[in-house]
Ligand binder design. Structure first.
Ligand code: ADP
Ligand code: MG
Ligand code: MG
Length: 888
């Protein structure tokens, strides 16, 4: 049986908020508002399926779509008592609306249906010729730009020139005659650019407009935005066709944007902007810098009161902060859009917490209103509040946070330099959606124009980019690439600091201070602790890191590496002596020197973590890392030979070169590393185990309590390796305890970081008290790539060309490496049901990877100290997601 053909057309009254996959977010919410009795202009929605099918047919509309549109139009004409292009003209807006909102990334056409005759009818009906001609020139510009691809500046330049001729500043200062002249000029511009006239049949225009909105799904900026926000490319956009309402009908008309709470701070207060005698694009596109919403109370008191009530109603209905577009036509309020507002990280936490306090949300619901990435943003540094410097200028505080970087004037340069990791601040007259690729990698954005609710500001807040907008005192000369503030001229490469929370701009680089974790942050992460199942530990190699991790809520150390304890300058000579020792006595002497140093290091960590478990991994890196580089040592020997220097020095240099050559490995990553080294030199793990036990006892003696000691054997491939190493460790531990006359629980486990280890995990588990999956090495060995070589090479191309969904070192390769973790966990537990399983490595702090570790039933994750709160939070989200799935 053939599937039911997709339905392409929905009258607004047929829809609801539940239908966003079909109607897009905008269409679904417009329908929902209509259902709630909120005044919304009437219209219909072309479904996302129509766009998807059109894309699939390379731009060919599916059969029946155009007929459906015409039928829906006929119904709308009937309901409104108006006709497209008729004597009582119906004017339309044709608006994009994707499933996930993409502010300003796609196209909209307003005032469709206006032409040489309807403009007169509109003027007569409104008794306002100026308004009619203003609408006409706006339509010509938008249609030419969006549908026909005329460069928008071709129109802008004419508008600017006309204003200059008339000696006026604002569009609103132009007279009816001026606008009539502009309409004629715009027609000429279109003819000049296209070599033909724009179509004058409004139905043909409607078809062209809908088609243009379909196409706008695939513009470069829309694709960049989707990639940055993890939105799939195949969803398509819906198209909303609505009756126009006019904010440009004179002094009793207006248009604006508002949020039900402050999207920068989350404060429950009035937040918005409006413009009298204007159309919506003027505000959202940042063309004019609008007035604060509070002032609307004086200008349009009734519409204002109604708006404030509607804001309350909508927020209560959606149980979330709303971002609303409205227009007042001749005193009457209409809502044109509502959506869950994009907000900064700080605002997201405050809103979630306040809504729990207000009884609107449960704690579980609140946890789902915050994204892990937002917590991450709050862990970034801010400007030192005691900087004592004077700002060179001030703009609107459009998106908070500190940005320090070198000035760049265009998005391409920002994308290039920022993409290469250089800190840049993008400075623009106004940002347009086409700048998105530069905004994404810039530290922050400064604009001369535009308001707090412009798309640029909304997008910046959504991405956590500091933004200062509408800094009207700055002058930008794009041709000369200069920024002038007061007397001072800045050029590309000069340093700037932006404070997006105050709007202050500094002509220098200011000091940053570490992040302050506020009460909202602690409350939310605290709720996460009530929900999560996975334990969260940290990777820390020093007492200082361990203390930081504990402060951030780590429940132990999952990985304490001991390599740096060997690499430090004061130890390296002894370490080299140990490696180069000709006999056991010489080796023992060298280790004797290292042991107390090691013990000191462990004491610091155990003291910081007393009462909590600490997993110490025994020495891992390849031997050659302790020795000089082969080439350098050869050169040294050559030089000494040539200069005929001190024969003694030459002798020892030659000897060392010999050792280096002997120990040189072609592929050290797969060479004598991990426990292979300890298998060759059991004195090393012996010394380390001794230092660990002595440190644990010393801390207990001094502090009354010590850490739980877990000793981890690295890079095991064969069960016998672990059995041997375990024996060494257990023997030494027993010796030390007996000598001290003390008791101490010490467990011994291994890292699973080789595919073989995962496959034979049942054999290995017989000798292990715990497993810790070293997912970084498991990714290298499992996929067969070396991180250093891959990330600098083909891997980024793989990601950008969608060969693989993400960098497997940042987010675990679910199917492959994740599959190995699954096998290791299952086989390990098949012989030891209670085997403790953890993950160490960067994946332990990655939300998507944590999701997988939750599904696999591991016991804990371990990540870098600053990721600990994110891991705690993500672990709770993983539980909630599992419950949602179980609910169906
Ligand atoms: P964007 O994604 O760029 O915000 P929208 O479809 O929301 O695109 O439209 C752009 C602007 O046009 C908004 O300010 C909106 O309020 C305004 N607008 C859209 N439809 C209408 C309409 N029917 N009447 C008046 N203004 C409208
Ligand atoms: Mg909008
Ligand atoms: Mg390893």
């Amino acid at each position: 049986m053939a599937a039911e053909p997709a339905k392409y057309l929905y009258d607004m009254s047929e829809g609801s908020a539940q239908m966003r996959t079909i109607l897009g977010g905008k269409g679904a919410n417009l329908a929902e508002m209509k259902r709630l009795g909120i005044p919304v202009p009437d219209g219909f929605t072309v479904s996302t399926a129509a766009c998807v099918d059109t894309m699939a047919a390379h731009g060919q509309w599916p059969a029946g779509l155009w007929e459906d549109v015409q039928d829906a139009l006929a119904r709308l004409e009937e309901r409104t008592g108006r006709t497209l292009g008729g004597e009582r003209p119906l004017l339309l807006s044709v608006r994009s609306g994707a499933v996930f909102s993409m502010p300003g990334m796609m196209d909209t056409i307003l005032n469709l249906g206006i032409g040489d005759e309807t403009v007169e009818a509109l003027a007569a009906e409104a008794d306002n010729a100026r308004f009619a001609w203003d609408s006409y020139r706006r339509f010509l510009q938008m249609y030419g730009d969006v549908v026909e691809g005329v460069p928008p500046h071709a129109y802008e330049d004419e508008l600017t020139a006309l204003k200059a001729r008339r000696g006026v500043d604002q569009d609103t200062d132009l007279t009816t005659e001026d606008l009539q002249e502009l309409v004629a000029t715009f027609k000429d511009v279109s003819r000049r650019e296209l070599g033909r006239d724009l179509p004058i049949d409004p139905r043909e225009q409607l078809r062209g407009a809908i088609d243009a909105v379909f196409r706008s799904w695939d513009t470069p900026r829309a694709r960049v935005y989707r990639r940055a926000n993890d939105i799939p490319d195949d969803l398509g956009t819906a198209v909303n066709v609505m009756q126009m309402v006019f904010g440009n009908r004179g002094e009793t008309s207006a248009t604006g944007v508002c949020f039900t709470r402050n999207p920068s701070t989350g404060a429950h207060e009035l937040y918005g902007e409006f413009l009298v005698n204007a159309q919506g694009e003027d505000v959202v596109a940042g063309i004019r810098t609008p007035r604060p919403l509070a002032e609307m109370e004086e200008v349009l008191p009734e519409a204002y009161a109604q708006l404030v009530q509607t804001m309350r109603d909508l927020e209560a209905h959606y149980k979330d902060m709303q971002d609303i577009e409205f227009t007042v036509e001749d005193g009457t309020l209409y809502l044109l859009q509502t959506r869950n507002g994009k907000r900064t990280a700080a605002a997201a936490l405050k809103v979630a917490r306040d809504m729990v306090d207000e009884g609107v949300l449960t704690r579980e619901e609140a946890l789902q209103r915050v994204e892990p990435g937002q917590l991450d943003q709050l862990l970034h540094p801010a400007i030192d509040p005691d900087h004592g410097r004077t700002p060179v200028t001030k703009g609107l505080p459009a998106s908070p946070g500190a940005a320090v970087g070198e000035l760049v004037f265009d998005a391409d340069t920002a994308a290039e330099r920022g993409g290469a990791g250089e800190p840049v601040v993008l400075v623009r007259y106004e940002t347009t959606p086409d700048d998105i690729h530069g905004v994404i990698v810039a530290q922050g954005v400064l604009t001369a124009h535009g308001g707090m609710t412009s798309h640029a500001a909304v997008v910046a807040r959504g991405m956590g980019k500091p933004c200062v907008a509408g800094a009207s005192a700055i002058r930008i000369n794009t041709a000369e690439q200069t920024l002038t503030i007061g007397e001072h001229v800045y050029r590309e490469g000069d340093l700037l600091t932006l404070d997006g929370s105050t709007g202050d701009v500094y002509g220098e680089a200011l000091e940053l201070v570490p992040p302050q974790i506020n009460e909202d942050f602690q409350a939310i992460v605290g709720w996460a602790d009530e929900v999560r199942r996975l334990g969260v530990r940290a990777n820390a190699d020093t007492g200082e890191d361990a203390a930081k991790a504990r402060e951030l809520g780590a429940e132990g150390i999952g990985l304490c590496r001991t390599e740096h304890m060997f690499m430090a300058a004061d130890r390296l000579p002894a370490v080299r002596r140990m490696i180069l020792a000709q006999d056991e006595d010489a080796r023992a002497e060298a280790l004797e020197t290292i042991l107390p140093m090691q013990q000191k290091d462990f004491e610091g960590i155990f003291a910081a973590m007393k009462g909590l478990p600490v997993t110490v991994r025994l020495l891992d890196p390849p031997l050659h890392e302790f020795l000089p580089n082969l080439v350098e040592q050869s050169l040294l020997v050559q030089r000494l030979e040539l200069t005929g220097g001190d024969p003694q020095e030459l002798e020892s240099a030659r000897e060392l070169l010999g050792q280096v050559k002997r120990l040189h490995e072609l592929n050290p990553m797969l060479g004598t590393r991990g426990c292979r080294l300890a298998m060759l030199y059991p004195e090393i793990p012996e010394m380390q185990a001794r230092a660990i036990v002595r440190a644990a006892l010393a801390v207990r003696e001094r502090e009354g309590e010590t850490a739980g000691v877990e000793i981890m054997i690295p890079l095991v491939a064969y069960a016998n390796e672990l059995a041997t190493q375990r024996e060494v460790v257990e023997r030494v531990v027993a010796e030390e305890l007996e000598a001290a006359g003390e008791q101490l629980d010490v467990t011994v486990g291994t890292m699973i970081e080789l595919p073989r280890a995962a496959i034979v995990a049942d054999q290995i588990a017989a000798h292990a008290d715990f497993f810790s999956f070293g997912t970084n090495d498991l990714t290298q060995t499992g996929i067969g790539i070396s991180r250093d070589d891959a990330e600098g090479g083909f891997l980024s191309a793989y990601v950008s060309e969608d060969v693989i969904p993400a960098n497997p070192f940042e987010s675990i390769d679910r199917d492959g490496v994740g599959g190995l973790v699954g096998i290791g966990a299952e086989r390990g537990r098949s012989v030891k049901p209670g085997l403790k399983l953890g993950v160490c490595g960067e994946h332990g702090g990655d939300p998507a990877s944590i999701q997988l570790f939750e599904e696999l039933g591991l016991d804990y994750v371990s990540c870098s100290p600053y990721r600990v709160p994110i891991a705690r939070f993500s672990a709770a989200r993983a539980v909630l997601k599992g419950e949602r799935r179980a609910d169906g």
